[in-house]
Design a protein around this ligand. Structure first.
Ligand code: TRP
Ligand code: SF4
Length: 337
């Protein structure tokens, strides 16, 4: 009899899996945070990028009206920002039924106590209320684990807020492999450095605070929002000397890669009170628009041709489903069903 292998059988090229919930428009935080990582990883890995609509349902089960379109627009943002549907597999989670089946199977071996102790569980219920205290929401990390291991993905780019979910995914994999044999590799996080880009008001950037600029924001609105940004509170009048190191507008200039000479000029001008905040913000608006204009144009071109996005999602569904079916078959055989 051949010895039982101790290591899972892996795909020929290492895979990356990540997803985003379609909960509304993507903003500058995504554009400077998760997306550049996703784009870069395409060179080295087979990437699976998933519209996590089942995960979105855990919180928006009662406001589903625009969810499908939100997903389509999110994919348009991804592609406009550099995700290449020719190389990466872009698909909708709910269209590959294997995600649901594997999540159900994993549910059999995950103790409820593992789920109630995930920090984001109590936090989110504290924030969003008992409305989301459902079976599905408790199982959120189980579904997320299924997403990743259904492709035997070894690497998962995530933000810091998702690290506890990934730790749990590794724990679930160890338990599965211990019970049924070595089917799944333990996924490892690739930590996305969350850019220290604050919201327009200086608080944490969040859609719920209304302090973001969307990737698809109308140019007039970008200007209006830039002009409304909080600056160094010590600089009330033009003649007051400012502190760029305490000013959110100045950090934005840095994040949008102002040339060193210009940063230096703003820094000196602000400290000497020789340039005004209005001028400084106008320049920032120009700088943001120089980045957003081409992205918005690509996005609009994609959305003007809905057949094309539908074809991309269909192609992604087909490729993802083929890979998923293979792994699910292996998992079922290991369990003996
Ligand atoms: N939970 C993730 C988020 O809200 C989205 C997501 C779903 C995900 N499935 C995933 C991320 C698998 C990484 C891997 O951001
Ligand atoms: Fe901020 Fe620019 Fe005003 Fe200085 S001049 S306080 S950097 S907005």
């Amino acid at each position: 009899m051949p010895a039982t292998p101790k290591e899972p059988k892996l795909p020929p090229r290492e895979r990356v899996f990540s997803g985003m919930r379609p909960t509304g428009r993507l903003h500058l935080g995504h554009l400077l945070g998760a997306l550049p990582n996703w784009v870069r990883l395409q060179d080295e890995y087979d990437c699976y990028y998933c519209v996590a609509d089942l995960h979105a349902l855990t919180t928006r089960f009662d406001s589903v009206e625009d969810m499908k379109q939100d997903g389509v627009e999110m994919v348009a943002d991804w592609i406009a920002a550099g995700i290449d549907p020719g190389r990466s597999i872009i698909f909708r989670q709910s269209e590959v039924k294997e995600h649901s089946e594997l999540a159900l199977l994993l549910g059999m071996i995950v103790p409820v106590a593992w789920l109630t102790r995930v920090p984001s569980y109590k936090e989110q219920i504290g924030e969003l209320g008992q409305r989301i205290a459902t079976f599905g929401f408790l199982g959120y990390p189980v579904l997320q684990t299924a997403d990743i291991i259904l492709y035997k993905a070894g690497r998962v780019p995530v933000g810091e807020d998702q690290l506890s979910h990934l730790e749990l995914a590794r724990e679930i994999v160890r338990r599965f492999n211990g019970l049924y044999g070595p089917v799944f590799p333990q996924p490892r996080a690739i930590l996305t450095e969350t850019p220290r880009l604050m919201g327009l008001d200086g608080r944490k950037m969040s859609k719920s605070y209304g302090n973001t600029i969307d990737i698809a924001e109308d140019p007039e609105m970008v200007r209006k929002k830039a002009m409304s940004m909080f600056t160094d509170p010590a600089r009330q009048r033009l003649k007051d000397k400012g502190h760029p190191d305490r000013c959110n507008v100045f950090s934005y200039h840095k994040f949008f890669e102002a040339p060193a000479a210009e940063l230096d000029e703003i820094d000196k001008g602000c400290r000497a009170a020789s340039i005004g905040c209005t001028q400084c913000k106008t320049r920032l608006a120009d700088r943001i628009l120089a980045v957003l204009d081409p992205i918005r144009e690509r996005r609009q071109a994609l959305l003007a041709e809905p057949g094309r996005l539908a074809a991309i999602l269909e192609d992604g569904r087909r490729r993802a489903q083929a890979a998923a079916a293979e792994v699910l078959t292996e998992a079922c055989a290991a369990i003996g069903i």
